[in-house]
Design a protein around this ligand. Structure first.
Ligand code: NAD
Length: 421
């Protein structure tokens, strides 16, 4: 159970309230935007391989639809709860608005540890969950995508399930699909690529040579693993990474390609037991507190809190994960002069290329990877510059600046559309 202080939805509301106050938003807009528009809870049976039946609980939450259809990932995790999904849905609304793509925010989740399931059980779970939430999702209504513990294969099953119901192939119902069934080139790396662009832009702004930067990454999945790989290719030294099995440190710089190769062949896709020379195993807490230039939390929310914020030794924190920093930790970082590049900016690369995938699916016209990456870079760099300019203009943190830009856009849309009926 999340404590009240660390409840992600309370944190999301608190962040929104502060921005709404500074923007002096009308009371009606504040009241509307601080809660989700639609929430669906589903309980559904899954036939297990041993002949038993498990009844699982899942959610799909649409926070806001003022700027377009809802967009947001689906997470399979034992700690999923409704408040986590609400927070993630609200953050998606701000993220889409910040990079100015025509979506509202949504999120979904199922309370399950998928590592405990066989591939067939995982497929049955996915197809039944897709069926349960099909009353909400659709290419012009709500378009899911991958998140923690979900991947291209799971997206393909969801697309296929909806297509079977409709009687024809519906590519744009979901993004993050394999390239062979309507996925976009560049999508699987997009979030990590966006994070690496944040590092590059920060270094440029502070006249730092990328080759002098020591980087620590928490989480070695779609976001953390790809970011670590691209940063090494850019010349940075990634000195430590972690996944659920623990932390791995090498002061001279880790061989990320070899570690990724190991994970790809591990039965549970983990670094556990990784036999690489010169790599020292460290604890989860120790990893976050390592002296480094850049810390990239890319696992789960609530990792940087009032309990460890005073012991963080990075110059800048780039939030690959959603909600890794609590407001208390944020305040400590601000006081200590540690820059935080916020989640709704730093990890927006994923939803940006998801948007490109959706557009390509709707048009049945697929782009080359260089075009995808160039368009992604333009959007990310533009958003980075807008956030920095807003922070300077209003003398606020980068997080508050990102919120001011995003919430303003959503509020303007809500005001233009007015209240129906
Ligand atoms: P993933 O399932 O691919 O990877 C998660 C990683 O975190 C795994 O390596 C896992 O072992 C590790 N992990 C779990 N618990 C940990 C712990 N206590 N300490 C260290 N590592 C731990 O998930 P992902 O898609 O990479 O998502 C990671 C974060 O990024 C989430 O907050 C997600 O919402 C956010 N995000 C993902 C995307 C995307 O495109 N996938 C886009 C934007 C934001």
């Amino acid at each position: 159970m999340t404590s009240e202080r660390e409840n992600p939805f309370r944190i999301a509301q608190q962040q929104f309230d502060s921005a709404a106050e500074l923007l002096d938003l009308p009371q009606s807009v504040r009241a509307t935007l601080r809660v989700p528009q639609r929430e669906l809870t589903v309980s559904f049976p899954v036939a297990m391989d041993d002949g038993s039946t498990q009844v699982l609980t899942g959610y799909r939450v649409q926070h806001n639809l003022d700027r377009g259809p809802a967009k947001g990932g689906v997470r399979f995790h034992p700690q999923v709860d409704i408040d986590e999904v609400r927070a993630l849905a609200m953050w998606m609304t701000w993220k889409c608005a910040l990079v100015n793509i025509p979506y509202g925010g949504a999120k979904g989740g199922v309370i399950i540890d998928p590592a405990l399931l066989s591939p067939r059980e995982l497929e049955r779970l996915t197809r039944r969950f897709a069926t349960e939430i099909s009353v909400l999702i659709g290419p012009d209504r709500d378009i899911p995508a991958p998140d923690v513990n979900t991947n291209e294969q799971i997206m393909a099953w969801i697309m296929d399930t909806i297509s079977m119901h409709e009687g024809h192939t519906v590519l744009p119902v979901i993004t993050g699909k394999p390239v062979g069934v309507g996925g976009s080139l560049g999508r699987s790396e997009a979030t990590g690529r966006g994070v690496s662009l944040m590092v590059r832009e920060w270094a440029k702004r502070h006249a730092r040579d990328l080759r002098t930067l020591d980087i620590v990454v928490q989480g070695f999945g779609n976001v953390g693993g790809v970011a670590a790989k691209l940063l090494t290719e850019m010349g940075c030294r990634v000195i430590a990474v972690s996944d659920a099995s623990g932390g791995y440190l090498c002061q001279k710089g880790l061989r990320i390609d070899a570690m990724q190769h190991y994970v790809r062949n591990h039965p549970r896709r983990m670094l556990e037991g990784c036999p690489i020379d010169g790599v020292e195993q460290i604890g989860h807490a120790e990893l976050l507190e390592l002296p480094c230039d850049i810390l990239i939390p890319a696992a789960l929310e609530n990792q940087l809190t009032s309990k460890n914020a005073a012991r963080i030794h990075a110059s800048v924190i780039i939030e690959g994960a959603n909600g890794p920093t609590t407001p208390e930790a944020d305040a400590i970082f601000q006081e200590r002069g540690i820059t935080v590049i916020p989640d709704i900016l730093a990890n927006a690369g994923g939803v940006t290329v998801s948007y490109f995938e959706w557009v390509q699916g709707l048009q049945s016209f697929f782009w080359e990877e260089v075009d995808v990456n160039a368009k992604l870079e333009r959007i990310m760099v533009n958003a980075f510059q807008q956030v920095y300019a807003t922070a300077e203009e209003h003398q606020v943190s980068l997080r508050m600046a990102a919120y001011l830009l995003a919430v303003r856009r959503v509020a303007d849309a809500a005001i233009s559309r007015s209240i129906y009926p």
